[in-house]
Design a binder for this molecule. Structure first.
Ligand code: C2E
Ligand code: CA
Ligand code: CA
Length: 678
């Protein structure tokens, strides 16, 4: 009996479900595990036969019957099946072991049933991993702890050229390139041993011998980082990415047209050389050259011819420079060369002579012979500059002087170039750069009805702020810009900025506001003046009838007939004309009658002296009276005091402008000013 109890207890303690059947399949006994697994009571079990019992579906093909039959004949059966729980109908996977046992005279069938849901899930996951492994674009190689390859995926073969058969059993060393030293691999192993992981860029070799870069990630797998079972390497070929990177780097550092180093690369190399020159007895020359009259070539032959010329020029210059020197293109027709050598001034001059010599033969562009000349400037380190940037700027300045002295020659930088004698030249030089770098902005100076109450319009005034924050007053740079032929670009830029800034405000002002810009005397005679102005109006959508141009009296008198024609053309489009600085020139109102002028501005020098110079007071009164006689509006500018304003009011002046009423305002300030007044 004690033995019976023991077996009963063992029976119930088993992890697997056990059922005892007679040979017809009736269940005689089940253990505790069976009750748990099937969620059924002993009574329920006893009501069913084996087939109904295990199966989630009818055994339509008779497989179960077959297993049963063989078992009854004495052949134990092991198979997988799908079972259903009694209490909730949920299905689960089982493994069944059927065997025949004898109990005294009776033959019984013992079924041991194991729930294999977990195992099945694992199998499914494994299958999924296999799919991923097979289809990954990354190459995957698994090695055992000794570093022998045990498995590779198809991508491994695509990338390395080794088939699975060739790779398995080998050491990954077959892929090793000679691009890395021992330290590299040691560090890789150190990381694998301490962190169980390494990733980085590595050069490997394909079966055909070609070296290629890959991004590789190695992970140790096992219970313990220090004692792994496997290493899994996942990698992808980054050859293409590297090429793109290289290409992008190349493009960022080279000029697309000529393939020469660009400004960034040139500066970089210059910096490196400068460092070297600080340690060794080296000097550095920067040679700056600029084609003479390139603009004419471009204008007359077209841009593609201009491009071809630059390419051929780059080739010729390239043949002259020594391999250790750098030739670069800074943009446009500006080339620069860096020469580093012990006695650089001698070498540099030799090279410059050869450069000039290389240009003596004509260029052939589009079947045309073209002779070109260059202006060259040289500056040296350490004598002429402290750093790379200054060195290039000073060479540029020297080039500029060469150009100024009649082109087709070279000049050395000298410190004098910065002295007052050359101040104007430097200013001109800086002005050119300022235009390119867009260092100009505008302010708006309000104009009022003489009562001082109603705003009638504003005048745009240019402002130049240097990169170091210095403000250069217009009176200083406008004359230089005029001489250098730069004023038309500045005037048009101011017009464009002004139209952009006030377009909205003007649109909201019922068409009342008049916006004035200054036109230089030089610009007035520019052949394309009218086209330029109309072009800006069109681009910005600014109405011509709200625009006024201020032209100085002296400018008009230079060539009165031509001036008259220009002004008439502007006026025909609805643009208003105002005569600036009136009283300082001929002051001939008679001439004004011939011009489509509708306003005169009394020069601020007369207004300034109104209070203590009775002559000026009389002149002002006279101008006002005469102008009104000719139906012209009169604006007094430079009004700084209450007395001046009152005097102008008494004389019947139409409009006033000056610090007493408002300072010139930046566009946002001006907008706020308008808002506050309305
Ligand atoms: P302007 O056309 O006679 O301009 C008036 C000048 O007088 C401005 O100086 C203005 O700020 C100043 N001003 C106005 N009210 C007063 C006042 O109450 N007191 C004093 N002391 N000054 C006053 P800014 O801006 O220095 O311009 C100087 C000159 O530069 C201008 O004289 C004009 O001839 C020229 N200029 C300015 N902007 C441009 C431009 O965009 N193009 C051209 N071509 N010339 C410009
Ligand atoms: Ca003006
Ligand atoms: Ca003026």
């Amino acid at each position: 009996m004690a033995g019976q109890d023991l077996y009963r207890n063992l029976f119930d303690a088993l992890y697997d479900a056990v059922m005892i059947h007679d040979l017809d399949g009736n269940i005689l006994e089940v253990n505790e595990a069976a009750l748990r697994m099937y969620g059924a009571t002993r009574e329920v079990f006893r009501r069913y036969t084996m087939v109904e019992h295990y199966s989630a579906y009818p055994d339509s093909e008779g497989h179960l019957q077959e297993y049963w039959r063989r078992c009854v004949e004495g052949e134990p059966q092991l198979f997988e099946w799908r079972a259903r729980r009694a209490h909730d109908g949920n299905e689960f996977d089982v493994e069944v072991y059927l065997s025949r046992v004898r109990n005294g005279r009776q033959n019984l069938i013992l079924a041991m049933v194991r729930d294999i849901t977990e195992r099945q899930t694992m199998v499914r996951e494994l299958r999924l991993f296999q799919r991923v492994f097979d289809n990954a674009i990354e190459g995957i190689a698994v090695t055992d702890a000794d570093g022998t390859i045990v498995s590779v995926n198809p991508a491994f073969t695509t990338i390395t050229g080794y088939s699975a058969e060739e790779a398995i059993g080998q050491n990954p060393r077959i892929l090793k390139s000679d691009r890395h030293d021992k330290t590299f691999y040691r560090e890789m192993w150190d990381s694998l041993i301490t962190h169980g992981q390494w990733s980085g860029e590595i050069w490997n070799r394909r079966k055909d011998g070609e070296a290629y870069p890959e991004w590789l990630n190695i992970t140790a797998i096992g219970q313990d980082v220090s004692d792994p079972l496997y290493y899994v390497s996942v990698f992808h070929d980054i050859t293409e990415m590297k090429q793109k990177e290289k290409q992008i780097r190349y493009q960022a550092l080279h000029d697309a047209l000529t393939g020469l180093p660009n400004r960034v690369l040139f500066q970089d190399r210059l910096q490196v050389s400068l460092k070297r020159a600080q340690r060794e007895p080296f000097e550095i020359a920067v040679v700056f050259f600029d084609l003479d009259n390139f603009k004419n070539i471009n204008d007359s032959l077209g841009h593609s011819a201009g491009d071809m010329l630059l390419q051929q020029l780059a080739q010729r210059l390239g043949r002259v420079v020594r391999s250790q020197d750098t030739l670069g293109r800074l943009g446009g027709d500006e080339f620069v060369m860096m020469i580093a050598a012990p006695e650089v001034s001698r070498v540099a001059v030799d090279i410059v002579d050869r450069l000039l010599g290389s240009l003596e033969k004509p260029f052939h562009i589009d079947g045309q012979e073209l002779f070109v000349t260059v202006s060259i400037g040289l500056a040296f380190y350490p004598s002429d500059a402290r750093d790379a940037e200054e060195l290039v700027v000073n060479a540029d300045l020297a080039m500029y002087r060469a150009k100024h002295q009649g082109k087709n020659q070279y000049e050395f930088y000298s410190a004098e170039m910065n002295a007052p004698v050359h101040e104007r030249l430097e200013l001109e030089f800086n002005l050119r750069r300022a235009i390119e770098r867009e260092e100009f902005s505008i302010v708006l100076h309000p104009k009022f009805e003489v009562s001082g109450r109603r705003l009638t319009g504003m005048e745009a005034l240019v402002r130049w702020t240097r990169p170091d924050g210095e403000n250069v007053p217009p009176d200083r740079f406008i004359p230089v810009a005029e001489d250098a032929g730069l004023i038309d670009r500045i005037d048009i830029m101011v017009l464009e900025q002004t139209c952009e800034a006030v377009r909205e405000l003007v649109a909201c002002s019922d068409g009342e506001l008049r916006v004035a810009v200054n036109l230089s005397s030089r610009h007035l005679y520019h052949p394309y003046l009218v086209e330029q102005v109309l072009g800006v109006l069109q681009r910005t959508g600014f109405p011509a009838s709200n625009l006024e141009v201020e032209v100085t009296e002296t400018a008009l008198m230079l060539e009165i007939e031509r001036a008259a024609a220009k002004l008439a053309e502007l006026a025909s489009h609805g643009i208003h004309i105002s005569v600036d600085d009136f009283g300082t020139g001929y002051s001939s109102l008679y001439y004004l009658k011939k011009l489509p002028v509708d306003c005169v501005k009394i020069d601020r020098s007369f207004v300034a002296d109104l209070d203590h110079n009775s002559d000026d007071a009389e002149i002002v009164a006279g101008i006002i009276a005469m102008a009104q006689n000719l139906q012209l509006r009169v604006v007094a500018e430079g009004v700084e005091t209450k007395q001046q304003l009152e005097y102008l009011q008494r004389q019947g002046c139409d409009e006033v402008q000056g610090y007493y009423l408002s300072r010139p305002l930046s566009p946002p300030e001006f907008e706020r000013f308008l808002l506050e007044r309305s």
